[in-house]
Design a protein around this ligand. Sequence first.
Ligand code: ADP
Ligand code: MG
Length: 451
Amino acid sequence: LWRQVLARLQLELSRPTFETWIKTANAERLENNCLFIRTPNPFARNWLQKYYIETITNVVCDIAGYKIEIYITSDSDDSHSQENMAPVEKTAPRVVSIGIRENSPKTNNLNLNPKYLFSRFVVGANNRMAHAAALAVAESPGREFNPLFLCGGVGLGKTHLMQAIGHYRLDIKRDSKIFYVSTEKFINDFSTAVSTEMQSFRDYYRTADVILVDDIQFIEGKERFQEEFFHTFNTLHEAGKQVVIASDRPPKQIPQLQERLCSRFSMGLIADIQKPDLETRMAILHKKAEYDNIRLPRDVIEYIASNYTNNIRELEGALIRALAYISIWGLPMTVENITYVLEAPREKIAATPEAILTVVADTFNVSIEDMKSNSRRREISWARQIGMYLMRQYTDLSLPRIGEEFGGKDHTTVLYSCDKITQLRKKDAALKQKLYQLTDQIQINNPRKLL
Ligand code: ADP
Ligand code: MG
């Protein structure tokens, strides 16, 4: 059957698609009218699932002459069991035991994302406190930090962290009542419950052992729901049940939030998550590749991590785009090969000249006045040249205007510096690394943050 299917698919799909996605997959078994197709990695699985499942299903059913359901699996899906047993974090032995526990099979009808585990969460300076608090709550819910209020910008890991608490509890006690609910759904359930159903709505939410309420900022202005939630909160809290809330901003900044709710939200711990630094972004890509069984050269990781700085979801998106491109065209994974796909959506940082001067001066241990002076001391002129290069890259100032920022240098001097650094950068890996770090710093320091 599979051989016939392949032959047909070869006709129906383009050559790169066929070569990359179909040829590498294997029909594993046919069982109760279900065909299991195995792909070499989860990435290929997702890709087939997303774009080709219909075509494949049609072809298979057509050839078999009866209805067959297709299931796509991947090699690493079950090799994880071993992978997870290995110490995940050498420096944090507590995490190791989590990795093992999380591995136990469980029924998951709670719409928790199976990937949102502590073992898959990379800890960096930006989220250390939130992570520690989440772990504490997962270990002893309803004790120290109740409620735990997680806040931070979009795509920085709030949902991941709060669901990790849920998984952790379930692994300790399979029948714990973990409710994960988005505020939108919560509001929706509430407003569609007619009066006769109201009691069961209440009873339902009030039986939770741990309630994880995501994106609470949507509670803004919903007076009746705020009233209801206040009582739900109190009931759970008084019963010693853990409440975890996530929001894109701290309670005080949620407009039209009742004062009493605001103070309830603030009575436990408010832990914020910031944007990750370069090192953390690299670690995240590294970990993701590891889980997906994909080898990524270090400079590729560095390149992607340097270009996607705001949001971990976008960072992951960039990696996926790069992988797709590479495999469709059968190219080796190199920085050169992926610049093409990543160039277009690449975030442009727009920095102020002041931010650049400050960061360069700090990094090279010279003063801003030095850089604006005519001094030719080696370290000063080096810092000046780097500064000019960065200003050319990350502002839209003209060459003469950049010259002015450096105490009235000629535009040919600016041009010379930019060319020199551009050339050096190609050959000198250490310089390249340094420039990535500088860019990162500039973004952190940049008051205008037009990101
Ligand atoms: P938020 O809820 O804050 O908008 P999410 O929790 O949905 O963000 O995270 C966005 C994506 O980034 C998810 O795929 C998540 O797994 C990933 N992610 C976020 N933070 C980390 C981290 N520290 N380590 C690994 N992956 C992370
Ligand atoms: Mg979220």
